[in-house]
Write a protein that binds this ligand. Sequence first.
Ligand code: ADP
Ligand code: MG
Length: 299
Amino acid sequence: MEENLLELTQLSKSYGRLKAVDQLSLTLKKGNVYGLLGPNGSGKSTTLGMVLNVVNPTSGNFQWYGGALTTHQALKKIGAIIERPNFYPYMTALQNLNLICKIKQCKTDSIQEKLELVGLWDRRHSKFRTYSLGMKQRLAIAAALVNNPELLILDEPTNGLDPEGIHQIRALIIKIAKSGTTILLASHLLDEVEKVCNQVIVLKNGVKFYEGSVDGISQTYGYFELKAKNLDSLKQFLKGIAQVESIEEENNGLKVFLKNELESEELSEKLAEAKIFVSHLAKKKPSLEDQFLTLTQSK
Ligand code: ADP
Ligand code: MG
């Protein structure tokens, strides 16, 4: 059964004239891995800050667990890392986690399991200051998990890490998601969201741009590249095809964008019927990266 963990209704935050988050509505359901995707400054951290009660909304509201819990109660069931991990440098990983359990008022039973999960059990007696940045970040994830949260919120968890560290964190997030924890991951990296998440919310200038499955983001119909001796008559003919959205001239050829499915065979058949013969016909699909840029740059 799908259960609403968190619901935002026209949630907004302004700093003076700047609308950091603008009428954002969305629903997080249990069992999903959500990517909150957008370029720097698009309002991701502000959004997370509001639902975690560290930023006051200007207007709109949000509700945890369908209103069954206050934010204060709900936050006990949530694990979040929204800043650089802050631990006592001279204390060991184990000591730090024990302290966090005290602060969170949760049992210490799960510490070993969480340290094993993040691959730091063997290093549990090392002082925090001896950890690499990637290890610090993994310890922060263990710390966020000690109370067995239903939702884990991560804000740019791979920022500043080396490729190995990035890979470890991503693999870890996937593992945590598989164990049934719902995840909300803010990131400016499309490929990170693509690798880790199944749902995505794209923000631009605080406004929701796209919301849906990660697969859906790649579902565009693509375009054709066409070349022919007589471009004008080719263009005229293409304009009459129902699936064609728009046509651009490029490199002595045409780029034909689609608004519906059209296969190469079908197009070449139509062209042949009209006795139009082309010297080049290729179907292209924009990469995810292109589409993300289109999503966030246009309009
Ligand atoms: P992101 O996390 O997507 O990079 P943020 O939520 O941090 O974006 O910021 C969204 C916008 O709000 C940015 O333009 C940022 O400069 C602005 N902003 C964030 N926090 C503050 C603040 N405390 N005071 C003024 N402006 C802020
Ligand atoms: Mg941010």
